[in-house]
Design a protein around this ligand. Structure first.
Ligand SMILES: [Zn+2]
Length: 254
C-alpha cells in the first residue's frame, strides 16, 4: 500500500478517493493551501475545520486514511496573519494533524519570510514536522533561502520535507540531509518517470506525492511512479521507502 504525502483533498471528488484506494493508496496527507483568496484569518479557520472534519470523513468512507497538515500557505497570507498564529497551536493539537504545512516561500518577500520563520518556530516548539513549498520561479535561489532559515531556526532537518524538488534544487536539499518531496504533477512538476529516475540515480531521503489539487493533476501519481521504478529496476527498499516508509517515519503515522 502507498502513501501520498501531499495533496489537497478539498479540491478532489468523492470518487477520486475511491479510485486512489483501488490503486493501492491507503494513506494520504492533505495540506492547507490557498484554495480561494485567503483574505482573513477566518477563511483559514473555516478551511482547517473542513480538512479536519469533512475531508477526513469523505476519504475515510472510501478506505483512505487521511492525515492533515495545517499552516499558512506562502501564496495566501492574510492581512491579519497574526490572528492565525494565535489559534494555530490549538488546531495543531487536534487528532489527525501530523505536520505544519503547506508552508514555505513563493517569492521570498519580507512578509513571506516572517510568516515562514514564525511557523517553523511553532512546529519546532511543538515537535512537529513541516511540509515546505518551493516555487517554480527562482527555485534554486529560494530553496537556498529556505535552508538558511531552517538552520537559523535550528529546525530538525530530518523533519523538514522540502517539497516540489526538481533537478534545479535537489542537490541543495539532499546535500543538507533534508528529505526531498517529489511531486508528480505533469506538466508543471515532475513526471512519474522523472521521479523514478531521480530515485534510481540519486541518494537521499525521497517522499513521493501527487500534490493533486484543482490544477491538472494525477491522482495515481504514487502508484504510477512505483510502476516506473519497477520497470527501471529500482531496488525494493528504495521503492518502498519513497512510496511509503519515509512518509510514515517523518510524519509519525500510525
Ligand atoms: Zn500543494
Amino acid at each position: 500500500m502507498f502513501v501520498d504525502a501531499h495533496l489537497h483533498a478539498d479540491t478532489r471528488s468523492y470518487e477520486d478517493f475511491a479510485r486512489m484506494r483501488l490503486a493501492g493508496v491507503d494513506t494520504a496527507i492533505t495540506c492547507a493551501h490557498d484554495f480561494v483568496r485567503m483574505s482573513t484569518s477566518h477563511v483559514y479557520f473555516d478551511h482547517y475545520e473542513r480538512l479536519l472534519n469533512k475531508e477526513v470523513r469523505r476519504a475515510g468512507e472510501n478506505g483512505l486514511r487521511l492525515y492533515v497538515a495545517l499552516g499558512i500557505h506562502p501564496e495566501g497570507i492574510p492581512q491579519d496573519y497574526e490572528n492565525v498564529f494565535d489559534r494555530l497551536p490549538q488546531y495543531l493539537d487536534k487528532p489527525r494533524v501530523v505536520a505544519v504545512g503547506e508552508i514555505g516561500l513563493e517569492t521570498a518577500s519580507e512578509v513571506e519570510i516572517t510568516v515562514f520563520r514564525k511557523q517553523l518556530e511553532l512546529a519546532r516548539d511543538l515537535d512537529l514536522p513541516a511540509i515546505i513549498h518551493t516555487p517554480r520561479k527562482k527555485k534554486r535561489e529560494v530553496t537556498q533561502i529556505i535552508v538558511d532559515i531552517l538552520n537559523e531556526t535550528r529546525f530538525p532537518l530530518n523533519k523538514a520535507l522540502i517539497d516540489h524538488a526538481s533537478h534545479e534544487n535537489l542537490d541543495i536539499i539532499v546535500g543538507n540531509g533534508i528529505p526531498a518531496g517529489l511531486s508528480i504533477q505533469p506538466p508543471s512538476k515532475l513526471t512519474a518517470e522523472e521521479a523514478a529516475k531521480i530515485i534510481l540515480n540519486k541518494s537521499g531521503v525521497f517522499v513521493l506525492n501527487s500534490d493533486c489539487s484543482s490544477k491538472q493533476s494525477d491522482i495515481y501519481a504514487v502508484p504510477r511512479c512505483f510502476m516506473e521504478m519497477e520497470s527501471l529496476g529500482v531496488d525494493e527498499e528504495s521503492k518502498w521507502k519513497s512510496a511509503r516508509h519515509n512518509a510514515i517515519e517523518i510524519f509519525n503515522l500510525e
